[in-house]
Design a protein around this ligand. Structure first.
Ligand code: PLP
Length: 360
């Protein structure tokens, strides 16, 4: 068996230990005689799996007790609609900060339900930075302020937490959740699809402060009404059981590595290998402002774009796959989530040097 270095932006690489454990438990979970996939979500076995996943998420992220942790479906794109449906709370508008493709999608969807005020945007610089908070035009009457903490396509990440006063801060953390410690108490609601840093697609983690729950718009589907789901421990409908199980195994793996502080060190070390090299060459170009570069998704272009295809083919031949940039921006993108070992990043940089030497 050969495992590649998988640089996919998502669904993304999972820790090999997690996959091995899932394989070992596939036919018979802990003597139950069943696969987790075959269990009733209301049986004692799955209830324990679910409770363990929530407990680990709470522990890793140090989630305060006045926050609910929900395991839902519908993805982050679903949350783009369910956030305004749940959080408008009698207000009519919400503030959004636009830092790229995922922010734009959130804004477009929210406009179906709310008056959206784009409080700040980095569109003018081609979405290569995070607008400084001093330049944001926040509305004190907004229902919430929405950000995307890591733009998976553009490779732009917040390395600071905005201060929105009494207006709840909402963040799409799909591509950097669990990559480093965060102060959950600074947020009203956090959402993230699981398939970047937590597990398989099909699971959406929602962390929401208690006082924001219970005022959903009447049109809100029951399965996405935070109050109905919170009152039913995320089991108003059948939850994505297998994805929750794998996320629990992944959380356990993160804990064994030393938790989120250790993840942050590991992620900073990995990103430095790539960004430090990019600083030394003009053969490859990373467009993102230095202070706002993502530790998770590193986009770059070859100065001569005509060489991109041959670069990608060579990488694939060396066991480094899914490096093609998003179709909207082209070039190359290396996604280096928690599960990517530093050896993978070192192998990529070694190949980049070799390619530059041969073509430059
Ligand atoms: C991947 C991603 C999404 C899309 O999530 P789905 O699960 O496909 O709905 C949304 N936002 C960000 C920041 C992402 O990285």
């Amino acid at each position: 068996m050969t495992r590649v270095f998988n640089f996919s932006a998502g669904p993304a690489a999972l820790p090999e230990e997690v996959l091995r454990q899932a394989a070992a438990e596939m036919l018979d979970w802990h003597g139950s005689g069943m696969s987790v996939m075959e269990m009733s979500h209301r049986g004692k076995e799955f209830i324990a799996i679910h409770a363990e996943a929530e407990k680990l998420a709470r522990e890793l992220l140090a989630i305060p007790s006045n926050y609910k942790v929900l395991f839902l479906q519908g993805g982050a794109i679903g949350q783009n609609a369910f956030v305004p449906m749940n959080l408008l709370r009698g207000r009519t508008s919400a503030d959004y900060v636009n830092t790229g493709e995922w922010s734009k999608k959130s804004i477009k969807e929210a406009r179906k339900y709310a008056a959206v005020n784009v409080a700040a945007s980095s569109e003018a610089d081609g979405f290569t930075s995070v607008p400084k908070q001093a330049d944001w035009k926040l509305d004190p009457n907004a229902a919430y302020v929405h950000i995307c903490s890591n733009e998976t396509i553009g490779g732009v990440e917040y390395h600071w937490t905005p201060d929105t006063g009494d207006v709840p801060l909402v963040s799409d953390m799909s591509s950097n959740i669990m990559s480093r410690p965060i102060d959950v108490s600074r947020y009203g609601l956090i959402y993230a699809g699981a398939q970047k840093n937590m597990g398989p697609s099909g699971l959406t983690l929602v962390i929401v402060r208690d006082d924001l729950i219970g005022q959903a718009l009447p049109i809100t589907p029951s399965a996405f009404d935070l109050k109905q789901q919170a009152d039913n421990d995320s089991m108003l409908n059948t939850p994505p059981t297998f994805a929750i199980y794998i996320a629990g195994l992944t959380f356990n793996w993160i804990k064994r590595q030393g938790g989120l502080a250790a993840m942050e060190r590991h992620n900073r070390d990995k990103a430095a290998v790539l960004y430090d090299y990019l600083e030394t060459t003009s053969f490859y170009v990373c467009p993102v402002a230095r202070d706002d570069r993502s530790l998770m998704n590193v986009p770059f272009k070859l100065r001569d774009d005509a060489l991109t295809d041959s670069f990608l083919k060579g990488a694939e031949a060396r066991g480094m796959v899914q490096l093609k940039g998003h179709r909207s921006v082209g070039g190359v993108r290396a996604s280096i989530y928690n599960a990517m070992p530093i050896e993978g990043v070192k192998a990529l940089v070694a190949y980049m040097k070799e390619f530059e030497k041969n073509q430059g």
